[in-house]
Design a protein around this ligand. Sequence first.
Ligand SMILES: [Zn+2]
Length: 93
Amino acid sequence: MNRRMLYRIVLLVWITGFFLMGFGVWGFQAGHLMVMGYLLAGVVVYILAAFIIRCPKCRMPLLLKPMKLLGMVLYRWSLLAPERCRHCGEILE
Ligand SMILES: [Zn+2]
């Protein structure tokens, strides 16, 4: 199994979990808070992953897309890993 497939599976599991949990707990008194908690936990995990997962060759974060705007380098966040490193062009497994 390659990296892109793994990311898709993780994303799918997270979305499935979100809907299953959402339908399961929405009727509870604090159900919407639990859904918000799950969403926030997912965002935190994604932010950690975006900084931890790096290109094996040049060590740039893979989920952040650098782009230049008016001389500044800004980063766009993407959910799925690219096929190649956007920094050095290394093909990722
Ligand atoms: Zn690279």
